[in-house]
Write a protein that binds this ligand. Structure first.
Ligand SMILES: Cc1cc2nc3c(=O)[nH]c(=O)nc-3n(C[C@H](O)[C@H](O)[C@H](O)COP(=O)(O)OP(=O)(O)OC[C@H]3O[C@@H](n4cnc5c(N)ncnc54)[C@H](O)[C@@H]3O)c2cc1C
Length: 391
C-alpha cells in the first residue's frame, strides 16, 4: 500500500495550489457579492489546462482522471466553491458521454470542454423530482420525421451552469411517463442552439453564487439518433455517472473544510481573551483537533473513492465506498464552516471575513448530487447486501 501521490499528481496539486492562492482567493468575495459568473477564472483554468483534467488525452484532455480533478477541486475549494464548481462541471455532464457515449459523440463534444471552447451542464432534476428522479416528467417520443430521432418536452430545474452551457446532458422518459421502471429513462445530448431549447428562470441562492442554477425549457426539441447517449432505456447510466462523481463533489467539501479550519486557526492564535489567546484554551484546541481528524478521514475516503472510480469501480458493489466519501466530506464542510464562524465570534458572522461565505456555500454540498439522506440510504443498502462487509 502506498499513500503517496504519484509525482505527476503531486505536481498538479502544487500547481493548482499556487493558482488557487494567487488567482482564486483574491476574487472569492467579489464572485459571491456580484453573483456574476467569473469569466476571468474560467480563463485562468483554461490557460492552466485544468478544464480537461478528467478527459482522456485522445479527446484533448490531460487524462489526470477523477483523482486529478479531485485534487484540483480540493485546492480551489479552499477559497471559492463557485470556482470549484466550474471545474466540477467539466465532468458532471461529460461523465455519461465518457462512460457510454459513442466515439462520434466523444470526438464531437469532449475536446471543446477540455480546451475551454464550450461548456456543458447536467439535467436530471425537475421541480417534483429531485431525490426521486423516477418521477421526472420530461418526455421523449419517437420523431416521426427522423428514423431513430426523438422529440423532447419538459422542464429541468436547478441546473448548475445552465446559462453558460453550450450543450446539456439531459434525461427524459422514453416510455410510459408514469412508469417507474429504470428502462423508461434515456440520456440525450441536447445543444443550446437547437430550436425549442431555452434557459428559463434562474434561482436566487444562499451560496455558490458565481455559477447560476436555473431551468432548462425543452419545447418540441428534435434530437437525432446520434445524440442518444448509450442505449435507449439506459437510466442506469445516470446513476453510474453520479456514482463516479461522488469523490469530485466530496473534494468541494474537504477543500472548503480545510480552508475554513486553516483560517480560523490563524485567527484564534491572534485573538486574546481572559489574558491569553483563544488558541491557548483547551476547549478550543479540542474543537480544532476534532475537525482536523474529520478532515483527514474525509480526505482518505475521498482519495480512495477517486482511485476506485478511475479504475471503473463505480458500479453497484462500489457504491457504499463512493457515497461514504460524498456524505462524510460534505457534512464535514457544514460542520467545519460552522466551527470557523464560531471561533471568530461576531467577526466570523460579518462579511469582513470569508467564514460566513464558507458557511453559506457549504450547505449546498449536502443537497446536490444526492442528499446526505440519499447517500446514507445507499451506504445502508451496501451493508445490508454485503457489498460492504468486513468478514
Ligand atoms: C445549488 C444547487 C445546484 C444543483 N445543480 C443541479 C444540476 O446541475 N443538475 C441537476 O439535475 N440537479 C441539480 N440540483 C438539484 C439536486 O440534485 C436536488 O436538489 C437533489 O437531488 C435533492 O432533490 P430535492 O431538492 O428535490 O429534494 P427532495 O428530494 O424533495 O428531498 C427533500 C428532503 O427529503 C429527503 N429525502 C428524500 N428522499 C428521501 C429518502 N428516501 N429517505 C430519507 N430522506 C429522503 C432529502 O434528503 C431532503 O432532505 C441542484 C441543487 C442545488 C441546491
Amino acid at each position: 500500500m502506498n499513500f503517496d501521490l504519484p509525482p505527476e499528481l503531486a505536481e498538479l496539486q502544487s500547481t493548482v495550489r499556487r493558482i488557487a492562492q494567487g488567482k482564486v482567493k483574491p476574487r472569492a468575495r467579489e464572485i459571491d457579492s456580484t453573483g456574476e459568473y467569473p469569466a476571468d477564472i474560467f480563463g485562468v483554468f483554461r490557460d492552466a489546462g485544468l478544464l480537461g483534467l478528467c478527459i482522456p488525452e485522445e479527446f484533448g484532455g490531460s487524462g489526470a482522471g477523477i483523482l486529478g480533478l479531485t485534487l484540483a477541486i480540493e485546492e480551489v475549494a479552499k477559497y471559492s466553491n463557485s470556482a470549484a464548481l466550474m471545474l466540477l462541471l467539466t465532468r458532471l455532464p461529460t461523465g455519461p458521454v465518457m462512460i457510454a457515449g459513442s466515439v462520434e459523440q466523444q470526438e464531437r463534444y469532449l475536446p471543446g470542454i477540455a480546451e475551454g471552447r464550450t461548456r456543458a451542464a447536467f439535467g436530471l432534476s425537475e421541480a417534483q423530482a429531485g431525490s426521486d428522479v423516477m418521477g421526472m416528467r420530461t418526455r421523449a417520443v419517437p420523431d416521426p420525421g427522423d428514423e431513430g430521432g426523438w422529440i423532447l418536452n419538459g422542464t429541468k430545474c436547478w441546473m448548475s451552469g445552465v446559462r453558460e452551457a453550450d450543450w446539456y446532458t439531459v434525461f427524459a422518459k422514453t416510455s410510459d411517463p408514469t412508469s417507474r421502471a429504470h428502462d423508461s429513462i434515456t440520456g440525450f445530448i441536447v445543444e443550446r442552439a437547437w430550436d425549442g431549447v431555452e434557459v428559463g428562470r434562474t434561482d436566487h441562492k444562499m451560496g455558490v453564487r458565481g455559477v447560476d442554477t436555473g431551468e432548462l425549457l425543452l419545447s418540441d426539441v428534435r434530437v437525432p439518433a446520434a445524440n442518444v447517449i448509450g442505449e435507449v432505456g439506459g437510466f442506469r447510466l445516470a446513476m453510474l455517472g453520479l456514482n463516479s462523481m461522488r469523490p469530485i463533489v466530496a473534494a468541494r467539501g474537504i477543500g472548503l473544510a480545510e480552508g475554513a479550519l486553516m483560517y480560523a486557526t490563524e485567527y484564534v492564535k491572534e485573538r486574546s481573551a481572559f489574558g491569553k489567546t483563544i488558541a491557548d484554551m483547551q476547549g478550543i484546541q479540542w474543537e480544532i483537533a476534532k475537525c482536523a481528524v474529520d478532515i483527514e478521514a474525509a480526505r482518505l475516503l475521498t482519495y480512495r473513492s477517486a482511485w476506485l472510480a478511475d479504475q471503473g469501480k463505480f458500479t453497484k458493489e462500489w457504491v457504499p465506498y463512493l457515497s461514504m466519501a460524498k456524505y462524510h466530506a460534505t457534512e464535514l464542510a457544514v460542520r467545519a464552516s460552522g466551527l470557523a464562524v464560531q471561533l471568530l465570534g461576531a467577526a466570523g458572522y460579518m462579511e469582513d471575513h470569508p467564514t460566513e461565505l464558507w458557511y453559506r456555500d457549504a450547505k449546498q454540498l449536502t443537497i446536490v448530487e444526492g442528499t446526505s439522506q440519499v447517500q446514507l440510504g445507499l451506504i445502508a443498502k451496501g451493508v445490508l447486501d454485503h457489498d460492504l462487509w468486513w468478514d
